[in-house]
Design a binder for this molecule. Sequence first.
Ligand code: DQA
Length: 146
Amino acid sequence: MNMQKVMVLNGPNLSKLGAREPEVYGSANWADLVTSITERAGQLGIEPDVRQTDSESELISWLHEAFEAKLDVVINPAAFTHYSYALRDACAMITKSGQRLIEVHLSNPHSREEFRHTSVISGVSTGVIAGFGFDSYLLALSQLAK
Ligand code: DQA
């Protein structure tokens, strides 16, 4: 069977899950997140390519890679969500070509500080899932499996 490939991209500070603000992001760590994604993807017949970077430039180059390979994307842009027009343009390139891109967040940014209420990514995303911890990613994968 040909597995559906999906890129699961993560922005800055997400490698510090578990240690970073556990009251907001939970006590499970980055490796736990990768395991959860890999397990659910396997059940759904998806082959996930899970990556994390603190670099805006690297994240954009991965979106270019997804675009070239015509892959659907799950992305937690982390703080870049709120201000990176360069990331938005890269996401728009993907969704405007018909590939799906789902923006996910562990927390619900709308219930947090004011600066988190703006996402420059949502307007060019296929959909947004926020506030369900690791389940935000797993729900996105379920949707992409349809
Ligand atoms: C986040 C929310 C962002 O506001 C924050 O900068 C993050 C993580 C989330 O997953 O809840 O780094 O994207």
